[in-house]
Design a binder for this molecule. Structure first.
Ligand SMILES: NC(=O)c1ccc[n+]([C@@H]2O[C@H](COP(=O)([O-])OP(=O)(O)OC[C@H]3O[C@@H](n4cnc5c(N)ncnc54)[C@H](OP(=O)(O)O)[C@@H]3O)[C@@H](O)[C@H]2O)c1
Length: 254
């Protein structure tokens, strides 16, 4: 049995706690956070502490705190030499855990929000460790969670994280802009939902370039000019113009 302690009480901590509770061969012995009590969305059976100095002994310490706090938490964490300390960030170097004897990274390439349902089996887990023995150990745990475990170094992981920012965060911000434009003009923004759903559905069986449609892909100059004219006085002008230029520059000849 592998004993795990999670540090942090946010979205990633919540989803790891759920998957650990639902898998054999791995046990969640404690969650440690800075809040007085554990947030209500966690399973009631979980043991909780808000004192990192009294953290229970575990085989694995999974640091699931904001990127900027990983270093601070790592420095506060006193673990025995057999335990491995792992963080879950896409962008923080593994070496920030180097004060520990055994350390690694387990970055889940997925977007996590508390209250969303996620099947860990299909999440690519990007892993790294400070020795081949520890890498085997991180792989063994990751295999319990997912069917897709990928070994990468810190630079490759950062590149994966950058591409995830484009694929997920930026595309979603485009949806936020689309929603604002409709709301500002008293049009129900929910009419966008079928379009967004169909776009993402298509990406599952077509190449991303094959999914692209619209005036910029066709280089319909008159339509683009009309859009830009209407957006002239708004904060959306620059982003529309820039993305349109980028799409026109991309080679959409398939
Ligand atoms: N969310 C995602 O989609 C996603 C995906 C893959 C990887 N990750 C990585 O997973 C990690 C956790 O992300 P998350 O989305 O779960 O974040 P989150 O929901 O914002 O939760 C952040 C957690 O960090 C704690 N924290 C922040 N600053 C702290 C400090 N100075 N001292 C102690 N605790 C502190 C917060 O405590 P309070 O609640 O008390 O503020 C909270 O428990 C990050 O490294 C992130 O890059 C996130």
């Amino acid at each position: 049995m592998i004993n795990v302690t999670i540090i942090g009480t946010g979205s990633v901590s919540y989803h790891f706690s759920e998957v650990i509770l639902n898998r054999n061969g791995i046990r969640l012995i404690e969650i440690c956070g800075r809040k007085k009590s554990i947030p209500k969305y966690f399973n009631k059976s979980i043991s909780y502490s808000n004192d990192i100095n009294k953290i229970k002994i575990a085989d694995i310490y999974l640091i699931c705190v904001s990127d900027d706090a990983i270093d601070l938490i790592s420095n506060k964490l006193n673990v025995n030499e057999k335990s491995i300390v792992i963080h879950t960030s896409g962008s923080i170097e593994m070496s920030c855990l180097s004060r520990h004897k055994k350390y690694g990274v387990l970055y889940p390439l997925q977007t996590f929000t508390v209250n969303s349902l996620i099947d860990f089996k299909y999440i690519p887990l990007i892993i790294e460790a400070n020795s081949s023995i520890e890498l085997c150990r991180v792989k063994k745990i990751s295999d319990i969670f997912s069917n897709k475990v990928i070994e990468c170094n810190s630079k490759q992981r950062l590149l994966i994280h950058i591409s995830a920012v484009f694929a997920n965060n930026f595309t979603n911000h485009m949806n936020v802009i689309a929603e604002e434009i409709l709301k500002n003009n008293n049009i129900d923004p929910s009419i966008l939902k079928p379009l967004v759903l169909e776009t993402f559905k298509k990406t599952q069986y077509l190449k991303f370039k094959e999914v692209q449609t619209g005036p910029a892909k066709r280089n319909d100059k008159i339509t683009i000019e009309k859009h830009l004219n209407l957006l002239k006085e708004t904060k959306y002008f620059d982003v529309y113009n820039k993305i349109t230029e980028e799409i026109i520059k991309s080679n959409y000849e398939l």
